[in-house]
Design a protein around this ligand. Structure first.
Ligand code: AMP
Length: 289
């Protein structure tokens, strides 16, 4: 499709698909439901979204078929494609870990020596083993790696883990994490985008930054006695200049501030102890810095 639009490749039908579409929609892009289509053009942006197998995305970006792509770092590093990482996107988080049958206790790298390790990430496993000077056998399997120990094909596995439920189901236990990954936005390293695409990309990047910032932040609102303001400022991080509003009761004020989401549960009891009431925490759709 040579329409001059910026081309973004995302995973078709997988773990990253819905979150990638949600991120784009949070950036204000109108995207219809893709149901089985391979390419969709955003209604209000010069962007074509290509739905591809995630294993193929680094190469399509490397070849310039897509200008940018969203893919898990695991796929990117396993494929060893030389692309630029534009942004870390904060979803699709997982670890590439060594796991062993429940009865086997493996806690140190050196215990891997001489064992057979099943994986669909042979390049990353080779890298890890050689960096740690471990001599072990790599058994390359393209899917359902968890089943390899019970089939007697391997002693251990090297695979992606997020909740650990799949391991449990296969009577395996995580020994240790080797790599931590998340999804990333990538671009070609060598090809220069034309002027229009470059503008579209920069606007998209700044919208992605706003959407990611908004996701990490929450809007905190509370009522408090006027004389508790100094104490509240001490409790709430980065609350140097909160919004203070008068209330009908002249001894009371409303305090509003943007905080990092993860801070809330650390401070909420302290705020109550300081006299805050009606504490509300609201999601933020977008932050333009
Ligand atoms: P899928 O092919 O649909 O399983 O999606 C695979 C991508 O999702 C991987 O390349 C990872 O980047 C990411 N991911 C996040 N958690 C997991 C997990 N527990 N297992 C496999 N992939 C995961």
């Amino acid at each position: 499709m040579l329409n001059g639009n910026l081309k973004l490749a995302i995973q078709k039908n997988g773990r990253l698909t819905d979150k990638s579409l949600a991120l784009l929609r949070n950036c204000g892009l109108e995207i219809e439901d893709y149901s089985e289509r391979l390419i969709i053009t955003a209604r209000n942006y010069s962007l074509d979204i290509l739905f591809l197998r995630d294993d193929d995305i680094p190469e399509y970006v490397n070849d310039g078929v897509a200008d940018i792509g969203i893919v898990g770092e695991d796929v990117l590093y396993e494929k060893k494609c030389d692309v630029r990482i534009l942004r870390k996107l904060g979803y699709g988080k997982c670890n590439l870990s060594i796991a062993a049958p429940e009865e086997k206790k493996i806690s140190e790298f050196k215990q891997l020596k001489g064992l057979r390790i099943a994986t669909s990430f042979p390049n990353l496993l080779t890298k890890f083993l050689s960096e740690n000077k471990i001599n072990a056998d790599i058994v390359e399997i393209s899917g359902s790696v968890e089943i390899a120990p019970s089939l007697g094909v391997a002693d251990l596995i090297f695979d992606l883990v997020s909740t650990g439920n799949t391991l449990k189901f296969n009577k395996l236990k995580k020994s240790f994490d080797v790599y931590s990954f998340e999804s990333v936005l990538i671009a070609n390293k060598g090809i220069q985008l034309d002027q229009n695409k470059n503008i579209e990309l920069n606007v998209l990047l700044s919208r992605i930054d706003s959407a990611l910032n908004a996701k990490k932040s929450k809007y905190l609102m509370m009522n408090a006695p006027k004389d508790a303001l100094n104490k509240i400022k001490e409790i709430v991080p980065s609350l140097s200049s909160p919004t203070i509003l008068p209330l009908a009761d002249e001894n009371m004020i409303a305090v509003h501030a943007v905080i990092q989401s993860e801070q809330f549960w650390k401070i909420h009891q302290l705020l109550k102890d300081a006299g805050a009431s009606g504490v509300l925490l609201l999601p933020i759709e977008n932050i333009i810095l």
